[in-house]
Write a protein that binds this ligand. Structure first.
Ligand code: GAR
Length: 194
């Protein structure tokens, strides 16, 4: 059985979708062994507790400096020794100490095209607002490896989504999220089982 660690900050719908797909076997022979969040109020923590998945809350204020913070995170990840680390709506930068250890073993899902709609400040609704403001014809769900810079790692998969005439940032967000729920488990399974 392969193990994955999921990082989430917000509602956690991608985390829930990944979990369901491990149970159904769409993500074959894999279990989520740990959920890490920087947000004690994240829906993902409640869900993980309900499903008896271990949780770890990363509160930067609890550590005297960045080195100690990084060390705590590295220790936690080493305990699990995951096959893959999956960022699912995680809004903090992963420290370079960790991206260098887990090179090509950390992936992220981004709700827009990269590099055009990525980088610092481009997350969640900000991405969809920028897409509508710029009047582009399509957007995308992008899955990429994670390196030490926001949204800069190698792209693994881009799923294009056509923008409708009457789309708003909100309607687009909904459609993009449902594509994420469909695509992310498929890509995770491919990476783990191909
Ligand atoms: C998702 O749309 C994800 O792509 C986005 O946050 C949302 C999280 O939803 N991630 C980013 O913007 C990362 N830069 P969820 O908590 O319901 O999975």
């Amino acid at each position: 059985m392969k193990t994955i660690v999921v990082f989430a900050s917000g509602g956690g719908s991608n985390f829930q979708s990944i979990y369901r797909n491990t149970l159904s076997g769409n993500i074959e022979d894999t279990a989520i062994s740990l959920l890490i969040s920087n947000n004690p109020k994240s829906g993902s923590i409640l869900f993980a507790k309900e499903k008896n998945i271990d949780t770890f809350i990363l509160n930067a204020n609890r550590y005297p400096n960045n080195d100690e913070y990084n060390k705590a995170l590295i220790e936690k990840l080493n305990e699990v020794n995951p096959e893959l680390i999956v960022l699912a709506g995680y809004m903090k930068l992963i420290p370079s100490d960790i991206t260098s250890i887990y090179e090509k073993k950390i992936i992220n899902i981004h709700p827009g095209k990269l590099p055009d709609f990525g980088g610092k400040g481009f997350y969640g609704m900000n991405v969809h607002r920028a897409v509508i403001d710029r009047g582009v014809k399509n957007t995308a769900v992008t899955i990429h490896y994670v390196n030490e810079e926001y949204d800069k790692g190698m792209i693994i998969h881009e799923e294009k989504i056509t923008i409708k005439k009457d789309d708003t940032a909100e309607s687009l967000a909904k459609r993009v999220l449902s594509v994420e729920h469909e695509i992310y488990p498929k890509v995770i399974n491919k990476l783990l089982n191909n």
